[in-house]
Ligand binder design. Structure first.
Ligand code: CTP
Ligand code: CA
Length: 225
């Protein structure tokens, strides 16, 4: 794909990518999180940079090398990710929300370590902000790509997210399938676009999935021009 083209297809574009899990603190020694490895988001950031974009990667805590030519902003919680994304949204052309943002956070973060007690305990959880939904409400010219991590009813849930979040594209994957989802170097995704079409892709490396996503993005951008 790169060698056959001399043009850098995303040259001059500002791309914001979020990746990884978020970490929601309970007390100084504990937190809530999920199994996201960040690999999909880092692949997307790397491919966007190779295609000539100016890339800002807003990353939750992961164990990966920063792709060449990518600016990184490290965040921990959903709230920090929200602030980092919003601060860069106006000037962005494309936002890819790969991050597995926690849907809930503990209502309070204890200053001191919580001591165990006899019997069960309860931690009250409250909702975090839905970053992609907020972007969908605020967008002017930006192209919005969301992900959908599902275990069942993928078609229904992906289409619902596309509509509810006002996204231009949702990349859905079944995180319980072998060779897809959390931690894997490969992914099996279906791309749902706002024009109602969908494209099922075979099992690909996360690099190649990233490339396929940008092929679709570039097509949408061309049609907008
Ligand atoms: N997302 C977000 N902010 C949140 C939760 C999710 O921006 N607080 C984004 C994710 O980055 C992803 C998309 O929304 O691009 C879908 O995330 P997902 O967890 O699959 O869907 P939810 O809308 O959170 O719904 P649910 O978890 O109940 O399926
Ligand atoms: Ca969620």
């Amino acid at each position: 794909y790169f060698s056959h083209r001399t043009e850098l297809l995303l040259k001059g574009k500002k791309v914001v990518v979020t990746a990884g899990p978020t970490r929601e603190r309970i007390d100084p020694v504990r937190y809530l999180t999920n199994f996201s490895s960040g690999k999909m988001g880092y692949a997307i950031a790397g491919i966007a940079a190779k295609l000539g974009a100016h890339v800002t990667l807003i990353s939750g805590p992961v164990n990966l090398n920063i792709p060449l030519g990518v600016d990184v902003v490290h965040v921990e919680s959903a709230e920090e990710m929200y602030q980092a994304v919003m601060a860069r949204f106006d000037e962005a052309d494309i936002v890819v929300k790969t991050a597995a943002v926690a849907d809930y956070r503990p209502e309070q973060i204890h200053d001191q370590k919580m001591k165990k007690q006899e019997g069960a305990t309860v931690i009250n959880l409250v909702r975090t902000k839905d970053i992609l939904s907020e972007l969908g409400k605020r967008k002017t010219h930006q192209l919005l790509v969301g992900f959908a991590a599902e275990t069942n009813n993928i078609d229904e849930y992906a289409r619902k997210k596309l509509k509810d979040k006002n996204a231009d594209m949702i990349v859905a994957n079944n995180v319980t399938t072998n060779g897809a989802g959390f931690g894997s170097d490969t992914n099996i995704v279906t791309i749902y676009k706002a024009d109602g079409t969908k494209k099922e892709l075979p099992k690909l490396s996360k690099q190649d999935v990233a490339l396929e996503i940008f092929k679709e993005v570039i097509e949408i951008l061309k049609r907008k021009e």
